[in-house]
Design a protein around this ligand. Sequence first.
Ligand SMILES: C[S@@+](CC[C@H](N)C(=O)[O-])C[C@H]1O[C@@H](n2cnc3c(N)ncnc32)[C@H](O)[C@@H]1O
Length: 247
Amino acid sequence: MSARDKTGEDDADRALAGHGSFFGRRKGHKLRAHHADLIAHLLPRLSLDISQSAPDDLTSLFDTGIRNVRLEIGFGGGEHLVAEALAHPDTGFIGCEPYVNGMAKILAQIEARGISNIRLFAGDAAELVAWAPTHALSRIDLIHPDPWPKRRHWKRRFVQDATVEAMARVLRDNGEFRFVCDIDDYSAWTLAHLTRSPDFKWTAERADDWRNPWPGYTMTRYGAKATREGRKAIYLTFRRFSATLAA
Ligand SMILES: C[S@@+](CC[C@H](N)C(=O)[O-])C[C@H]1O[C@@H](n2cnc3c(N)ncnc32)[C@H](O)[C@@H]1O
């Protein structure tokens, strides 16, 4: 048996392989043995298999008693996702994160806290959204997405007309897309894309609505880094128009 087999990293690699395209890093430092074991053995139990068609009702992915399903895209270390899952036990959460070290961190939290209302996808959120049924989600959170500041990389940003349209399809009427960002240029980009979409309305009525986090918001690692480095985040909420009203 090789040293890598001993740590479970080969199993971990297999558990993460084969998910779509995205532009960031999939791996950071070598996983500790327990984290590698969680990736190899707990992740497959909680993972969504998008090679199979989605169930008509995503609540069926969870234990009974789940009434809504939400998605967090690029949850990083999972600070916000874990806090939301604990605060809303009757909501099912899908967390999407291709970065294996982030995935290992959230699995450790799920195990330590006995969290049962999180399911995971270790790949590109665009593929997950394409897989999900129409009107399946009550909310999508995108928190401190990779900013891709250089103009030639803007096409790598998660927010694009196509992903906005795809998110509109999977959000139910009056569902929300929440966006947090400390890079002004990406915030302006997102406002421009969402305000030109026929499917979303920006809900802010006063500056404090986008200057301040939502009540009970859990700051993420990247949020804390931005604060330390003197960048102020903004908090945007977009409501998906009711298809019935828009018709
Ligand atoms: C800047 S980090 C922010 C992490 C976390 N949300 C936070 O605030 O600490 C952006 C994260 O998005 C993930 N990511 C990038 N593109 C993605 C995609 N297409 N689908 C899902 N996650 C993605 C990256 O792996 C990375 O962990």
